[in-house]
Ligand binder design. Structure first.
Ligand code: WT7
Length: 668
């Protein structure tokens, strides 16, 4: 293979775990019955979903309410898919109104727990579908009064407060799209995204609580707005939710408090009938170039696929006491699909929390599970590794017996973490679903079905319905079992991305050109003799840090934007908690002198451009970067050095990596 997976650098497993975890009758009983009756039924349904996608998805889509029916289920002209053609609907109607109309106005739809505690208790809110309907409608009317119309993209840069999903649903309700920017991103990241989406309205908070301090969201927005006006982009309105109540800068011509704009807004706001292919949201994610890509998702297909995957993968059943908790931030696709859009239509309460897993103490998550009687817990391997490090005394302090199902997402899970999760959190009782998917896929594409699919620690197992996944070589030819290759999806599925916002060439080039006719996921993987998938890691210049995607080039550009840096190369390295950490090799200009102080300055500088998640874990100064004769940076060599794998030379004392490159030969 021409490209080896970049995260062969992930935590290497010491544990040889070959056990197969077969579903048990008790698990199915706890979950009110399995979604399908057997592996054979899964296989038959999967085969049908591939052979007859229109028949399959046409039936699934009957479970949703449409304002006008489709003329055909699918039109596919690779790479352009249209699902539920000509149908109109509204995802907000299916997430909320529908339950109110069905007589469930008083049922709890959203549970929220804030971070700050008073007398040992955090602030807690339970919002019923009726309350959600009122709040969403009022904010939808407020957006209208600010001039937001169908076709606009509203930027939401908020903390994890109920008003974030309320604002998302309000946009959907009036046919506007949203672009949620993760609250951990600094001003420059806001600038790029607002400009790309041409947003004229930003919704934010005065601040967000995180580990006892305030993240100055409004201040970051103001900084971004100033930078934007320098680029002739005018943000007309900024709506600010009061959360942390510190002093903030205020521009009376542009800024308005959330509580003021909703104060006189009516709770009456009809759902706009939007076309199935109307834009629902844009979500920016890192790629192999410096500029994040705005992944476009549309209404009908995304609605059907996220809610259906949630129902099948998590065995969701309304009215059975289930409480679903996905620990992700809504700023990532996991939060979009499995805190908001995929869960609400299933009428199972969705829980969201503000803050961090280790504040005020390292048992925060277990306390939340106990307090809210959580039945479904969905988190990332990086979090599980942190829990392992903090110690099992923390979960042991709490009653976790309500748990019925555990999920993981974001990166390959190492068997040690899988077994720990299974034993310490799931009491060897709960099924674990390792769900593989991406911002681009909208929802789970490779995942076990709980109580049906036998699981193997480290494998995300089998394709979901409608997903024709395969491992192929550079020519699109399928690889034999247990041979590494490129992960592709050969048929369209309802929630597949509809493009990169404003960049058709990049859409084609990134996903469709290397192997024509197939969606290229960007991951290396193998399939075993059972047909199970094992994800090996990214094959592009993207690294997966704590389950978050980062382009190495973004980090390199951030480093080079520092006055002392001339050149930088960034690669992944194994990291105990993060899975993949960030290693940066940096050459300095005449003004720069290597020092620990400069290292920390560079780390802070990267954080100020890309956010704390992009801070390099290791910085090495070098006189020159190792390059091939044609001038390409020898990344494989750098990865080996970062991982401490280079045996040819003691690199700890080496200051000229060019010399090492010469020793190695120009073999890349
Ligand atoms: C990349 C997508 C999908 C929500 C979170 C990340 C990696 C994701 C798994 C998994 C192995 C996984 C892949 C993928 N990934 N889930 N279960 N096993 N790897 O979304 O930021 O779009 O990143 O995350 O490398 O390509 P994202």
């Amino acid at each position: 293979m021409a490209s080896s997976p970049t995260s062969s650098t992930s935590v290497e497993s010491l544990l040889k775990e070959n056990r197969i975890f077969a579903p048990t009758g008790a698990q199915a009983a706890a979950l009110g019955g399995a979604a399908v009756s057997s592996v054979d039924e899964y296989k038959a349904m999967h085969a049908r979903s591939i052979a007859d996608p229109s028949g399959f998805w046409g039936e699934v889509a009957q479970d949703f309410e449409w304002f006008t029916p489709w003329s055909s289920v699918l039109e596919w002209h690779c790479p352009d898919a249209r699902w539920f053609v000509d149908a109109t609907t509204n995802i907000c109607h299916n997430a909320i109104d529908r339950h109110v109309l069905d007589g469930h106005a008083h049922a709890v739809g959203l549970i929220w727990e804030g971070e700050p505690q008073a007398h040992g208790l955090p602030e807690i809110r339970h919002l019923s579908y009726g309350e959600l309907l009122d709040e969403v409608s009022r904010f939808a009317n407020a957006l209208k009064s600010l001039g937001v119309v169908k076709g606009d993209i509203v930027t939401l840069y908020m903390g994890m407060v109920p008003e974030l999903p309320i604002a998302m649903l309000a946009c959907a309700r009036i046919g506007a799209a949203h672009s949620v920017i993760f609250g951990g991103f600094p001003a420059p990241s806001i600038v790029d995204r607002v400009l790309d989406a041409k947003s004229r309205v930003i919704v934010t908070c005065d601040g967000a609580w995180r580990r006892g301090s305030v993240v100055p969201l409004k201040q970051n927005v103001d900084e971004a707005i100033a930078l934007l006006s320098a680029q002739a982009h005018n943000v007309e309105h900024c709506v600010v939710l009061k959360r942390t109540a510190q002093e903030i800068p205020w521009n009376a011509a542009r800024d308005q408090w959330w509580h003021d704009v909703v104060a006189h807004a009516s709770t009456d706001c009809a759902c706009e009938a939007v076309d199935s292919e109307d834009l629902l949201f844009v979500l920016y994610t890192s790629g192999s170039t410096g500029k994040p890509k705005g992944i476009r998702h549309t209404t009908g297909g995304y609605m059907v696929y996220t809610a259906f995957t949630a129902r099948m993968t998590f065995n969701l059943k309304p009215n059975t006491g289930q409480v679903f908790w996905c620990t992700a931030d809504i700023g990532w696709v996991t939060g979009h699909s499995y805190i908001v859009y995929g869960i609400l239509p299933n009428r199972v309460p969705t829980l969201m929390y503000e803050g961090a897993p280790n504040f005020p103490a390292e048992d925060r998550f277990w306390e939340i599970i106990e307090r809210h009687r959580v039945t479904h817990f969905y988190t990332a391997p990086t979090a599980i590794r942190a829990f392992m490090k903090w110690g099992e005394e923390h979960p042991k302090k709490h009653d976790l017996t309500t748990l019925k199902l555990l999920g993981t997402v974001g990166e390959p899970i190492n068997p040690e973490a899988w077994i720990w999760y299974h034993e310490q959190i799931g009491a060897s009782r709960c099924p674990i679903v390792d769900t593989f998917w991406q911002t681009e896929t909208g929802g789970h594409v490779i995942t076990p079905l709980p109580c049906v699919t036998p699981t193997l620690p480290g494998s995300c197992t089998v394709p979901f319905f409608g997903i024709d996944a395969a491992i192929v070589d550079e020519h699109g030819t399928e690889m034999p079992a247990n041979t590494g290759g490129l992960l592709v999806i050969r048929k369209p599925w309802p929630s597949m991305l509809r493009g990169i916002h404003g960049d058709r060439p990049r859409f084609i080039e990134t996903y469709w050109s290397r192997i024509p006719g197939m969606y290229l996921a960007g991951d290396g993987a193998r399939r075993d003799e059972r047909g199970y998938f094992w994800i090996m890691g990214r094959v592009d210049d993207v690294i997966n840090v704590s389950g978050h995607r980062l382009g190495t080039m973004e980090v390199e550009s951030a480093l080079v934007s520092h006055a002392s840096v001339v050149e930088a190369a960034v690669v992944g390295m194994p990291h105990e908690i993060k899975g993949t950490g960030i290693a940066a090799f940096v050459t300095l200009g005449p003004g720069g002198t290597p020092s620990d102080a400069l290292k920390s300055e560079l780390r802070e500088h990267v954080a100020s451009v890309l956010g704390a998640i992009a801070k390099p874990d290791m910085i090495r100064f070098t006189n020159a970067l190792p390059k091939t004769r044609s001038g390409k940076i020898m990344r494989r060599l750098l990865r080996d050095i970062a991982a401490g794998r280079d045996s040819k030379q003691d690199t700890s004392t080496l200051d000229d990596l060019g010399a090492l490159a010469a020793l190695r030969g120009n073999d890349e």
